[in-house]
Design a protein around this ligand. Structure first.
Ligand SMILES: [Zn+2]
Length: 328
């Protein structure tokens, strides 16, 4: 048998992959600590740093622990946090969400006095952590009453902005929530969780924040994960209502939406690498099935490559440390 030589390939991608320096030169997507947002869970008490079982390395912190945590984040170059609160007590309306001495309001105050404007403080605006039934709005019978929830979200956002939040982030997926909040909060920016799927990947968060619904699920207000075009409609609606920034959540399971949103809109775009995405990497790494660092970096790079300029991630502090190390 005669071997016929193949013609030499004209395209040789390997020329630019030969050394680390060449690869660094042609790298298209670069993560930077300043694009990362660290979510923090705040709980009552003093001196409390309680590990979250399903999210290894993440803690529920009492307010007095926040300045030190903020200091570590700032040292690593992470300049934004997203705050979630676990209140002392809950009720049917979720009144702890807008209490002037509410847990997140106190957290914002403590962070502001400790680090001033060095940190961009984003406050989640939802009722599920504060309602006794765990749904994101007030109930009428067994369903969430959209329009009765709107003034409560507006009140919550106003209270968080008054406490010093730079950005309020409505996440309840009530129709009209951005418009209701825009009127109540003229000066704070709004980061709208515009495209938020009813995702199985939120599981560990519900343990972390104690916000699992007592009955039913959230499919009547969060989006069906099967829908992509609808996500763009949600995003456009939130922008028309006055959102300054848009979030897609979850991130890796919705990378197509991140890319589509980046094409469709010009405002800053965030993606939230949610608790289940984090926990899956942690669990596989603990078993030796994945390299934690490589998998975390690759997943965040993919989210940025898809078009997110802002990435919310439980890996924020760790990844920022690795990025600083690689920079040296
Ligand atoms: Zn909620």
């Amino acid at each position: 048998m005669t071997l016929i030589p193949e013609p030499a390939p004209a395209f040789r991608g390997r020329r630019l992959r030969r050394t680390p320096a060449l690869r660094a030169l042609v790298r298209e997507t670069r993560l930077h600590p300043a694009m990362l947002v660290a979510p923090l869970f705040v709980r009552p008490g003093r001196g409390v740093r309680e590990e979250i079982g399903s999210m290894p390395g993440q803690h529920r912190l009492s307010v007095d622990q926040l300045p030190a945590t903020a200091g570590r984040l700032l040292d690593a170059g992470v300049q934004s946090v997203l705050l979630f609160g676990l209140p002392e007590s809950k009720d049917a309306e979720g009144s702890g969400a807008w209490a002037d001495d509410g847990i997140v309001q106190e957290a914002i105050g403590a962070l502001r006095s400790a680090v001033g404007d060095e940190l961009a403080i984003i406050a989640d605006v939802c009722l599920c952590e504060y309602t006794s039934h765990g749904h994101c709005g007030v109930l009428r019978g067994l369903s969430v009453d959209n329009d009765a929830t709107l003034p409560l979200l507006a009140r919550t956002a106003a209270s968080l902005a008054a406490a010093g939040a730079d950005i309020v982030a409505p996440s309840s997926m009530m129709d009209g929530q951005v418009a209701a909040i825009r009127d109540a909060v003229p000066d704070a920016a709004i980061l709208a969780y515009a495209a938020k799927h009813a995702s199985a990947f939120y599981g560990p968060f519900r343990e972390a924040a104690g916000s699992a619904p007592a009955f039913g699920d959230r499919r009547t207000y969060q989006m069906d994960p099967s829908n992509g075009r609808e996500a763009i409609s949600e995003i456009r609606a939130d922008l028309e209502e006055g959102a300054d920034m848009i979030m897609v959540k979850p991130a890796l399971p919705a990378l197509d939406l991140v890319a589509a949103a980046r094409d469709a809109i010009d405002v800053p775009l965030a993606a939230y690498q949610v608790s289940g995405e984090y926990a899956a990497i942690c669990a596989a790494a603990e078993r030796g099935w994945l390299d934690r660092r490589a998998a975390a970096l690759e997943s965040l790079t993919a989210i940025a490559r898809a078009g997110a300029g802002i990435v919310v991630s439980y890996f924020a502090l760790e990844v920022a440390g690795w990025l600083n190390e690689m920079d040296r």
